[in-house]
Design a binder for this molecule. Structure first.
Ligand code: SF4
Length: 318
């Protein structure tokens, strides 16, 4: 007999089901700023990767559904090992996080006596396990400045690393050649054209963009910093040099303002693998779940704890 496939649910039915399961199954839904609008609208919390991973430690729900890419689910699991962390698409990976290997880290470590390996939080647990401290785009300057080592191997993002290098000339920052394909491809000429056409608009730039684009920014910072700038609502419009998913929250923060995006490639395909249907299915089946080796979790926790210790000791400077 022919197998009947399940009838397709409408978006409204999926949203209703997701809301119902949050209550019935005691699940909190976390969504990164870069996932699609309909998921942001149904999430309990929206934020950047580290903000959300930290938040997962404090939510009362024992099951966390993390809508983002897989290193984010890993970070949430490392910080909340007793919670169940599920993801709509566990195969949604970050190309930048995959651009560094533990062999490469060990190769550089062997070349210096006085070296700190500083990993951007946008890295896999394996990479974190080989690093001394993690940083976010918000606290990287503060943390690198506070390290006793002169030699800093910053991984994996060459653009954020170059930004740190330019701001902290007292350090010998050794760069890796990884990059975020979304931010790296923002063309400086396209930004300049927009500035010429809209000289009174504010230029918001994420430091994962190339140095020439970063140099044009009125505000350079993490996704949250850029959103906070829009909340001030003190410009007629904004030229946004980061992933387009953030526009959803920016438009809510400053309705009626114009938001311009310089290049068409500012979309992260990995983030867009999260769909309402996959979110519904993950909550329905409580899979796929992030499972990690105990020892790896312990090793990857060390640089995250070091970051928290150093970040909380001073006020952020970026
Ligand atoms: S936006 Fe860039 S850093 Fe973020 S998940 Fe996509 S590729 Fe990775």
């Amino acid at each position: 007999m022919k197998k009947m496939s399940a009838p397709q649910m409408s978006d409204a039915e999926l949203v209703a089901g997701i809301k119902r399961m949050k209550q019935e199954k005691d699940i909190v839904v976390l969504a990164h700023f870069y996932v699609q609008d309909d998921i942001q609208d149904v999430a309990d919390y929206i934020g950047d990767s580290y903000q959300l991973a930290k938040l997962a430690t404090t939510t009362p729900q024992q099951t966390v559904c993390f809508c983002g890419v897989n290193f984010m689910g890993e970070s949430a699991k490392i910080l909340s090992p007793d919670k169940k962390i599920i993801m709509p698409d566990i195969n949604a990976g970050c190309p930048m996080a995959d651009m560094i290997s533990s062999d490469e880290i060990e190769r550089v470590k062997a070349q210096y006596d006085d070296l700190a390996v500083v990993a951007y939080v946008n890295t896999t647990a394996e990479t974190k396990a080989h690093s001394d401290v993690c940083v976010t785009s918000s606290n990287c300057l503060q943390i690198v400045r506070s390290l006793p080592q002169k030699n800093i191997y910053f991984i994996p993002d060459v653009n954020l690393g170059s930004y740190i290098k330019s701001q902290l000339p007292e350090k010998n920052v050794i760069l890796h050649d990884g990059f975020c394909c979304v931010h790296h491809k923002i063309r400086v000429a396209a930004v300049q054209e927009m500035i010429a056409a809209h000289p009174d608009y504010k230029i918001l730039v994420h430091p994962e963009a190339q140095a020439e684009v970063v140099a044009l920014g009125n505000v350079v910072g993490s996704t949250k910093v850029l959103l906070d700038e829009v909340k001030k609502n003190d410009a007629p419009g904004y030229i946004v040099c980061t992933e387009v998913g953030i526009l959803h929250q920016m438009k809510k923060a400053a309705p009626g303002k114009e938001f311009l995006v310089p290049t068409r490639t500012q979309t992260c395909r990995s983030m867009k693998r999260n769909t309402l249907q996959k979110l519904y299915d993950a909550m329905h089946t409580l899979t796929p779940e992030i499972k990690m080796d105990e020892e790896l979790m312990q090793q990857a926790l060390r640089p995250l704890e070091k970051m928290m210790e150093l970040a909380e000791s001073k006020v952020s400077t970026l």
